[in-house]
Design a binder for this molecule. Structure first.
Ligand SMILES: NC(=O)c1ccc[n+]([C@@H]2O[C@H](COP(=O)([O-])OP(=O)(O)OC[C@H]3O[C@@H](n4cnc5c(N)ncnc54)[C@H](OP(=O)(O)O)[C@@H]3O)[C@@H](O)[C@H]2O)c1
Length: 267
């Protein structure tokens, strides 16, 4: 089971901004797009893909089920609605967006519905997002070993998630790092700036290359074509052991996102 390692995020982008971002990214060679029901941009993402002319078979599209749609009778209908908006018959990866422990739907119920979506061919892969170790364990228990392709989690040089990533590696679950740039915060980091200067790279490229080198998938977003283009070049940047060791020291539990009622008890 392989999750492509370099994608485009679309959180916060709506209307023409998301259409422009997705079209620029596809023109630059991106083929992986991450959206979600709650981003309210699936229709625009679908429009941008259609207008780009890139064949569906070349694309890897991820969407995420929002917490209102976790009940067994809602999850698949909500996915069909997402597919209509995205103008496709299937997504490549379908995620549970947040564990939302208090929302009244048991984990086993929504994980079973997610697995059913895969059986119906509405998604190629399934996964979770923002799950801690214990909830990931329960999710594996609900759908079976080898079924969960990824856990998409906030992960940056300032929030390295060592315990959770070790567990996911052990389970063969790909880590997808979201907000690898900590929504821009790590771009001002002096250590990353030194490493970037040494490699004649940008700080964003260093942060992304660090995550890629650890074996994680990344999905940086940008509204700017030049940032989309330069971020993609992180794939060719090779950090050395000394760079990786220095970045490891930047950990500071720098979590940016932890919504009440949705987030788990973080590891
Ligand atoms: N599963 C979840 O709960 C969850 C939560 C949050 C995010 N996500 C996903 O992860 C994706 C990435 O997260 P994110 O978009 O919040 O944050 P991010 O990728 O860490 O950072 C995006 C920010 O960085 C800037 N940026 C990007 N490349 C840059 C560059 N080369 N130089 C300077 N600035 C740069 C962008 O500004 P410009 O537009 O000016 O370039 C934007 O403000 C989201 O879009 C979404 O798809 C998932």
């Amino acid at each position: 089971m392989s999750i492509p390692t370099f994608g485009l995020g679309t959180f916060r982008l709506t209307g023409q901004a998301v259409i422009d971002s997705v079209k620029s990214a596809l023109a630059l060679g991106y083929r992986v797009i991450d959206t979600a029901q709650i981003y309210k941009n699936e229709a625009e993402v679908g429009q941008a893909i259609a207008e780009s002319g890139v064949p569906r078979s070349e694309l890897f599209i991820t969407t995420k089920i929002w917490v209102d749609n976790y009940a067994a009778d809602k999850l698949i209908p909500s996915l069909r609605d997402s597919l209509n908006k995205l103008r496709t018959d299937y997504v490549d990866l379908l995620l549970i967006h947040w564990p939302a422990p208090g929302n009244g739907v048991e984990l086993r119920e929504y994980m079973t519905a997610l697995a059913e979506a895969k059986k119906l061919g509405l998604t190629r892969h399934i996964g979770v997002s923002n799950f801690n170790i214990e909830l990931t364990r329960q999710a594996i228990d609900a759908v079976g070993e080898g079924e969960i392709a990824t856990n998409q989690i906030e992960l940056s040089p300032y929030l390295q998630n060592d315990k959770l990533t070790a567990y996911l590696k052990e389970q063969g679950i790909t880590v997808t790092s979201y907000m690898t740039l900590a929504y821009g915060k790590v771009l001002k980091d002096p250590v990353l700036a030194e490493i970037a200067a040494k490699h004649k790279a940008t700080v964003a490229q260093v942060a992304l290359a660090w995550a890629l080198q650890l074996g994680y998938a990344v999905i940086p977003s940008s509204t700017k074509r030049e940032n989309l283009a330069s971020n993609l070049l992180a794939r060719g940047l090779k950090l050395d052991a000394d760079d990786m060791a220095r970045i490891a020291t930047l950990e500071r539990n720098g979590r940016e996102v932890s919504p009440d009622g949705l987030a788990p008890a973080w590891d």
